[in-house]
Design a protein around this ligand. Structure first.
Ligand SMILES: [Zn+2]
Length: 289
């Protein structure tokens, strides 16, 4: 997964919210000092991942705070939209799913700690599947540790490399996919944190399902079009992997695994293209449909 350290924002979005005519703006202005106190401890709170953040003292103001996120005034709304969609990410920074993340996660959930409702560094682009699983989970009170790694503040997620082992039996049996995760030079404690993050977001099962879906997708593509599977896979790996063998997203890992599996390559390349060729008659083009 890609580091989002570049997404740290130092601008104070409170001032932008204060410039609105929203009916609750006076209430928000009254909270300025208290919110600043919360914001000033945010990074320490994220670093102290074995301590549950203190209960919010701003629960009575929850509707005001969340209201500025869910029904933002115009200027703040544009900042939130840009944070959600106007980025160069082409895979989810939480899970490595190769889709542009188009949800905005409150890393510290706004329903429990509403003071971070519009704090920009608490707002992280995320894929829809992760959003549904993470929801308002944050801290495990049984093991006293935060469930997730913050893509903006951690350097651990970029150290995760995906791989997958394909068990191809024959042309008529759907292959099975066993995901693997290599961790680059991490301590035992960091390894445990990464494993908790992967498990809580159900990444092994989701990655394996992605590979099954991709297998069917590529099989259908070969039926519709005649191309060499090695070239198509190699092109994707070249675009995403610096050494051709390391993958930081699911698609690259799938392609690397296919290229390494002669039986799968042979299977794809034996698929008969079912699209009839185009015949030309003079200047007219006749499609054989
Ligand atoms: Zn995700």
């Amino acid at each position: 997964m890609e580091s989002l350290a570049h997404m740290v924002i130092t601008d104070d979005w409170q001032f932008i919210a204060h410039r609105s005519t929203k009916e609750t703006v006076a209430d928000l202005i009254d909270l300025y000092d208290r919110l600043n106190d919360c914001y000033s401890t945010y990074e320490a709170c994220i670093s102290a991942y074995t301590t549950c953040p203190a209960a919010s003292t701003l629960m009575p103001e929850k509707s005001v705070l969340i209201g500025f996120y869910e029904s933002p005034p115009t200027e703040l709304g544009k900042l939130l939209r840009d944070r959600r969609n106007d980025h160069a990410l082409d895979c989810c920074p939480y899970c490595g799913s190769p889709k542009k993340p188009n949800e905005l996660d409150h890393f510290i959930p706004k329903s429990i700690w509403p003071e971070y409702s519009i704090y920009p560094n608490n707002l992280v682009p995320q894929c829809r599947d992760c959003a549904g699983i993470k929801w308002n989970h944050y801290f495990c009170n049984k093991t006293n540790v935060a469930y997730f790694l913050h893509p903006i503040y951690t350097d651990l997620l970029p150290k995760v490399f995906f791989s997958v082992d394909i068990n191809f039996i024959d042309d008529f049996t759907p292959p099975t996919f066993t995901p693997g995760f290599a961790l680059e030079s991490t301590s035992t404690e960091d390894k445990a944190r990464i494993e908790k993050h992967l498990a809580k977001l159900q990444i092994p099962a989701r990655f394996a399902q992605y590979c099954s879906d991709q297998f069917v997708t590529w099989k259908n593509m070969r039926r519709r079009s005649s191309f060499t599977i090695q070239s198509a896979m190699t092109q994707r790996v070249t675009e995403k992997s610096s050494d051709g063998i390391s993958a930081q997203d699911w698609e690259t890992a799938f392609c690397i695994a296919v290229l390494a599996n002669a039986a799968v390559i042979d299977f794809f390349n034996r698929i008969q293209c079912q699209t009839k060729p185009v015949r030309t008659l003079g200047a007219r083009v006749v499609l054989n449909v």
